[in-house]
Design a protein around this ligand. Structure first.
Ligand code: HEC
Length: 163
């Protein structure tokens, strides 16, 4: 049940919006960015669910599905980074499109995509651990990767609120 819910959310986010368009480079910039931001929002929701399952005394079989869904979200994000969505790096503005994805991502896009895939692989290892201690050991690395990546690749304008 949980598995179906989480996977269908991931799939809807990707198929419903920009994935196909992103691959041929001709899609809507706003939709592609909305799709990738949706995947990150979903990752935060998955993280909250995982944290609550890890706080329980007994191993929850749902942890398998949650870890797999997190891995899939990270992998799908890697497909939603066409150059025309590099708005902070000079790509033309598009109606309704807003992003905090830093221009540095496109300095070496393959390396950035690898970072996402490496993090996905760790999430998958957590998922397949089969017990709370093993899951937590791997998931801690995923949580650290969220923070490290955001520090380097997510741009927040400290003056945005007062402009
Ligand atoms: C390899 C880099 C990378 C990793 C790993 C990563 N993120 Fe992100 N995250 C980003 C980028 C880039 C954005 C900005 C997306 C945009 O605005 O287009 C972002 C944005 C977000 C946002 C804001 C979404 C919005 O509405 O704009 C949240 C929440 C988030 N990430 C959560 C997470 C969580 C939770 C994890 C770990 C489980 C994670 N991220 C792992 C790169 C990463």
């Amino acid at each position: 049940m949980l598995r179906q819910v989480m996977l269908s959310v991931a799939l809807a986010a990707v198929l419903g919006t920009g994935l196909v368009a992103a691959e041929d480079g001709a899609g809507s910039v706003a939709e592609t960015i909305a799709a990738r931001r949706g995947l990150m929002t979903q990752l935060a929701a998955l993280q909250a669910l995982i944290d609550s399952r890890l706080g329980a005394a007994d191993y929850s079989a749902e942890l398998y599905d949650l870890g797999q869904a997190a891995a899939q979200s990270l992998e799908a994000f890697a497909l939603l980074l066409p150059a025309q969505t590099n708005l902070l790096g000079g790509a033309p503005a598009a109606a309704g499109a807003e992003t905090t994805a830093a221009a540095a991502i496109w300095d070496d896009l393959p390396a950035f995509q690898q970072l996402l895939r490496d993090t996905a692989a760790v999430a998958r290892q957590a998922s397949e651990a089969g017990d709370i201690a093993g899951f937590r050991a791997e998931w801690d690395k995923v949580a650290a990767a969220c923070t490290t990546c955001h520090e380097s690749y997510v741009f927040f304008d400290p003056f945005a609120a007062i402009n």
